[in-house]
Design a protein around this ligand. Sequence first.
Ligand SMILES: NC(=O)c1ccc[n+]([C@@H]2O[C@H](COP(=O)([O-])OP(=O)(O)OC[C@H]3O[C@@H](n4cnc5c(N)ncnc54)[C@H](OP(=O)(O)O)[C@@H]3O)[C@@H](O)[C@H]2O)c1
Length: 268
Amino acid sequence: MSMQALLVGCGKMGGALLAGWRRSIPDARIVVVEPHLPSRGMPSDIEAVADADQLPADFSPDAVILAIKPQMMEQALPAYAQLAGRSLFLSIAAGKPLAYFQERLGPSAAIVRAMPNTPAAVGCGISVAIANRHVNPQQKSMAQALLAAVGDVAWADDEALMDAVTAVSGSGPAYVFLLTETLARAGELSGLPADLAMRLARSVVIGSGELLRQSHESAEQLRRNVTSPKGTTQAALDELMAPGPTGLAALMQKAVAAAANRSRELAT
Ligand SMILES: NC(=O)c1ccc[n+]([C@@H]2O[C@H](COP(=O)([O-])OP(=O)(O)OC[C@H]3O[C@@H](n4cnc5c(N)ncnc54)[C@H](OP(=O)(O)O)[C@@H]3O)[C@@H](O)[C@H]2O)c1
C-alpha cells in the first residue's frame, strides 16, 4: 500500500507502530514529529522533525496518527487541524472520544479512535478501533493496514465499549507482567534463587501464551488440563479461585473497573 503517514509522537506505542509499518508497509512515506529526536534513536531512513512547523513542504499525509499522551493532546492538536478534511486522523490516546477530536478538528473530520497495546512492539498486539461516519471505506482500509502492521485488529460499533477495551487489552499486558513478577517473588519466598524464580515465571507466561495461541482448547480447558484432583495445582487454585474479595476473579474485576473508570476520566 502506498501512502503518506504522519506520526505525531514516537514513544513506546508510536515507536512500536513505526517498527510495524517499516516491516509491513515499506512503501509508505512516513514523517515523524517528536520533540526529543536525539534521545529516541530514530532509524536513519525515517524523516523526522521536532515540531509540526518543520514538516517537509512536499508532504501531504493521507493519515495523521496521534500517538501522544492524552494530556498532551489539547496543546498538540491545533497544529494539525488544517489537515482535517483531507487526512484521516487516527488517535490511539486512551480515553479521548471521537467527539473530542471532532470538536477540535471540525465536524466533518474523518477520525478513527483505536486502542492498541504494547505487544505491538513484537507484532503481537491487538487493537480495537471505531470510526466516525466521515471515514470512507478507503480510509477505513488504511486504518486497518496501519493497525494490522502490529497485530490483530477488531472494529467496534459502540464507542462506549472503548473504556472496557482499554481496561482489558490496552492495560492488560501490565497485568500479565505483574503476574510474572509476583509469581517469581512467591517462588523466591518458597526458597528458589531469584534468577531461577524469574526464569521459571517468565517461561510459564511465555509458554502458556504460546499454548493458548496454538491450542484449539479454551483457557478454562487448558487450566483444567494442568489440574489433577487433590493435586498441587488444585491446592493453589483453591486459593486463587476463593470466592469473595480475596479471590483473583474479584481482584481482576476491581482492577478492570478502575482502569475503565480512569479511561472515562481522561475523556475531557
Ligand atoms: N503504552 C501503552 O501501553 C499504551 C497502550 C495503548 C494506547 N496508548 C496510548 O498511546 C499514546 C502514547 O503512549 P506512550 O506510552 O507511547 O507514551 P510515550 O512513550 O510518552 O510517547 C509519547 C511521545 O510523544 C512525544 N510528544 C509529546 N508531545 C508531543 C507533541 N506535541 N508532538 C509530538 N510528539 C510529542 C513524547 O515526547 P516526550 O517524552 O519528550 O514528551 C513521547 O516521545 C497515549 O495516548 C496512550 O494513551 C498507550
